[in-house]
Structures are given as C-alpha cells and as structure tokens.
Write a protein that binds this ligand. Structure first.
Ligand code: 4AD
Ligand code: MG
Length: 467
C-alpha cells in the first residue's frame, strides 16, 4: 500500500483506493455511529479527514487515545467526500497505529489561539501550528525563488567564508570566533602587554563570524561576471527591534561592469520576481496570513510586485522629510542617516510604494561605496518597503585604487589587512556593483508577520539563544 503525503493524495484525483498516510492528529470528534479525526502531516496547510466506522474495524480502544498532537500511521481507503465537504477526499481508516503519545494536559500547542510571545518559548513545537508551518513552507519556496531567479538570469551561486578576518561593513559589530578556551583565562596565551595572543589561535590571527560576504563576492564577480551568495551572516549589534536579528540570512548579488543604475534596476526586478514566484506558488499558505495576520496583505503584495518603484536621491528625500520634521522623534538634517521612522514615512505616507533612496553622504555610508563627483556623496542605495523600511542595501563599488585608499584612511581601516581587496583595483579593475537583501525582512514583507522573531525557526536575538 502506497504511503502518500496529504498534499500528494489531495492533488491526484486518481489516488482513490487503498493508501497509507502518516502525520499528527489535530482534532477528533466522536459521533453516535462513527468518529472522525483531522490529520496534518506538514506537507500542506490542509488536513486530511479520517473516518472511523465500525464496519471497517473495532476502533473502540484506540479512539480515546487519538488526542491532539499524537502521531499516527493510518491505512485505509481514500474515497470521495460527500458534497459540501471541505475536501474532495476522505480516508476511511481500516488500520491505525499510534506512533507517539501526547499528553493533552502538558502539550503546549493547544487548539485555542496562543500568543506569538508564548510560542517563541516553545519554538521547537511551534512548527506544529498552522501559522508557523505555513511560514516555514513559504520560507522554503522563497529560498527556491531566489536561486531560480538568479539561475535564470545568468548568475553563478558562490559560497563565501563564514569565518573571516575582515569586517566588511567596518561597523565593528562582529562576533569573535576563536578556538581558544576563553573560559580558562589563566591558560590563554598572552602577548607581552598582557592581551590574548591570537597569533597562537587556530588561524594564527583574530577571526570573526562574517557580517557580509560582499568583499569576497566582489573578487568572484570580477572573474565570473555575475555571482550571488545566499548564506548566514552575523551581527553583534545589541538592537532589540522588530527587524534585527544577530543571525540572519543574506542574499548578495555582485555584478562586474554594473553601475549604480543597473544595480537599482536589478534590485527592483529581483524583489518583484521573487514576490511573484511566491504569489504564484504559495497561495494556500499566503491565504492564512491574509486572513489571520494582515488583511491588507494581498494589496501590499500587489504593490510590491506590480508598481514601478520610486527613486529619490538622499538630498531630495531629506528636503521632503525636513518639511515633516514635526512628526519625527529624531529630527532629520542633511548629513544624518535616516532612521526607521524616516524610511517608513517616505514609503508609507509619502510615496506609498517601495522606494529606492540613493546617493547618501559618504560619512554615513560604507567605505567601499563609490565616491560621486561632488566629493560629498556616494553611489549607494537602499530599497525601502512599507512596514519594514530598509530591505536592501547596496552600491556601486569604489574601483579606483587611489580613491579607495584615501577612503580607507578616512575610515581608519588598515590597508594591509585588505591587500587582496585592493589587488582587485590593481589588476583589471572594472566598475562593479551589488547589494544585500535580508532574507528575514523579505519574509516579513511576504507574510505580513510584524516581528523578525517569527519568520525564522530559531531566532537569535539579544538575550536569547535557546534551542
Ligand atoms: O545594509 P547592509 O548592512 O549591507 C551589507 O551588508 C552590504 N555588504 C550588502 C552588499 O552590498 N552586498 O545589509 C543588507 C541587508 C539590509 O538591507 C537588511 O535587509 C539586512 O541585510 N540586515 C538585517 N536583517 C536582519 N537583522 C539584522 N541585524 C540586519 N542587518 C542587516
Ligand atoms: Mg544598510
């Protein structure tokens, strides 16, 4: 007898007949002449209805044990459901085996609505809820959409190091990575002035978890043309907000011979493309979010997938924002970085659609962004979206050796540590550009989930690294 997933058997009209399924019981109801239970196996949002009739066997002993959360293997006959039923088919059980019990007094996942905050404390069990299962299925499809998009557009998928000696963003928000046992202070190798001697560490130098694969990505783009990375990144910033995690996944395309305008075109097309993919392939799971999380979600996604995005220079945006300074906690003036209230005002109140902000002042931008002819601003861009603010950060890279060296000196970055990065500007330098998209923020955009802790199975945020 074939074992099928619920998704498979509900899809194939030819499935009628003897089959087996395995999954978890959601609910059970006993009527006078028969009982029925809903089974979910994670393959789809839909539950399979299982019917227990006396004519098919004696289920009196097992039925009371079929409580919410138990795992079962059921074999039986898949028959057309009566007209008006939720699904086309139902499974008439002939044999059922209880695989794992579940104490209803203790099981934390109950049918009644539970808060997101509570579910975070049982993150190992929350995938059994409809909402988190839908989130995880969408996340899987979104990751596929990313690979699919780049593959169809001539990009190579590359892997950049996770352990690294360089700080890409120069922001000093890196987690140290060491093989030394920091718990045993007395046994640590020390330098003459009493500091830990990392030359005795595994790599012979101080290393970190990467904040971005960009710098290594640039070296690969200047050989392969168009590349992208898709991997975990780590930031030790102590920001306890709805949109920051200490560990998140980032997608970073990097393209040789692209300038800032090409980079912005790609960012817009990419976000639209992967949004459309999810709209086309995850309707059932998206529908859950549109019903229970954010009723405006379909309109919000249409806005992202269909509208032409606004583009505005930083200088023009600041003029707009200054006129609205009354409403901001942090008043904006030229030279300051935008905070999330400013970003959200632009996209939510002013333009009412995704907006690309470009040409930031060099002081609030990363060292690698290409200096504009005005000497004051750089060819950087941020893609801002409603409810989240910054979804993408990117730039054309400084490809002139002398300008880059001067920039690094201004940022007090030791050029010796970046000898290989500077080599790119010595040997066959070319204009190039790229960006980074935060995968979790994209998930927030797609699902309407308002806290980054709920778009990943095991969020890593300040003060919490359980599981
Ligand atoms: O703007 P960021 O810092 O840019 C870079 O890291 C560049 N090296 C990217 C590049 O040009 N290749 O980060 C890029 C994106 C942000 O726009 C945001 O979506 C996400 O990464 N991000 C975070 N997501 C969750 N938690 C955090 N702490 C994040 N920090 C950045
Ligand atoms: Mg940024």
């Amino acid at each position: 007898m074939a074992t099928l997933t619920v998704k498979e058997l509900l899809k194939s009209a030819a499935a009628a007949g003897g089959i087996a399924v395995k999954g978890w019981i959601k609910t059970r109801r006993d009527l006078k002449t028969f009982s029925f239970a809903e089974l979910n196996d994670g393959s789809t949002r839909e539950n399979l209805q299982i019917i227990f009739e006396a004519a098919n066997g004696d289920f009196t002993a097992i039925l009371p044990r079929l409580v919410t959360g138990v795992s079962v293997a059921v074999a039986g006959e898949l028959l057309a459901a009566p007209a008006g039923a939720k699904q086309k088919y139902e499974l008439h059980a002939k044999k059922i085996e209880l695989c794992g019990e579940c104490d209803p007094q203790k099981y934390p996942i109950q049918k009644k609505k539970t808060s997101d905050e509570f579910l975070r404390t049982v993150a190992h069990l929350r995938p059994r809820t409809n909402k988190y299962a839908s989130m995880l299925r969408i996340r899987s499809e979104l990751a596929f959409a990313v690979h699919n998009y780049f593959r169809s557009n001539g990009f190579f998928y590359v892997h950049t190091p996770i352990l690294t000696g360089s700080d890409c963003e120069g922001a000093g928000q890196m987690f140290s990575a060491t093989s030394l046992d920091l718990g045993k202070l007395a046994a640590l190798p020390k330098t003459e002035n009493g500091e830990i001697d990392f030359s005795k560490d595994l790599f012979g130098k101080k290393t970190y978890l990467t904040v971005s694969g960009q710098l290594e990505g640039e070296t690969l783009a200047l050989a392969l043309g168009k590349i992208y990375t898709f991997g975990p990144t780590f930031r030790a910033e102590n920001s306890n907000t709805y949109r920051h995690c200490a560990e998140f996944w980032m997608i970073e395309p990097e393209m040789a011979f692209y300038e800032l305008a090409d980079d912005m075109d790609l960012a817009e097309d990419f976000v639209k493309g992967i949004t459309r993919h999810v709209l086309d392939n995850c309707q059932e799971d998206l529908d859950l979010f549109a019903r229970f999380v954010d009723t405006d979600l379909p309109a919000a996604l249409a806005n992202v997938a269909e509208n032409k995005y606004e583009r505005i220079t930083y200088t023009d945006a600041v003029k707009l924002l200054e006129a609205a300074n009354d409403r901001f906690e942090a008043k904006i003036r030229w030279g300051a970085d935008l905070s999330s209230e400013h970003e959200r005002f632009l996209v939510e109140n002013y333009f009412k659609k995704p907006t690309i902000l470009y040409n930031k002042p060099k002081e609030v931008a990363a060292f690698y962004m290409k200096l504009n002819d005005d000497g004051k601003t750089v060819k950087g861009m941020d893609l801002l979206v409603p409810r989240i603010g910054e979804l993408i950060g990117g730039s054309e890279r400084e490809n002139r050796l002398d300008v880059l060296e001067k920039k690094m000196a201004d940022f007090k970055i030791d050029p010796a540590a970046y000898w290989w990065y500077l080599d790119l500007r010595r040997y066959g330098s070319a204009p190039h550009a790229g960006f980074g998209l935060g995968f979790e923020r994209m998930m927030m955009l797609i699902t309407g989930i308002s806290n980054i802790r709920d778009v990943t199975a095991y969020p890593r945020v300040p003060g919490y690294a359980e599981f």
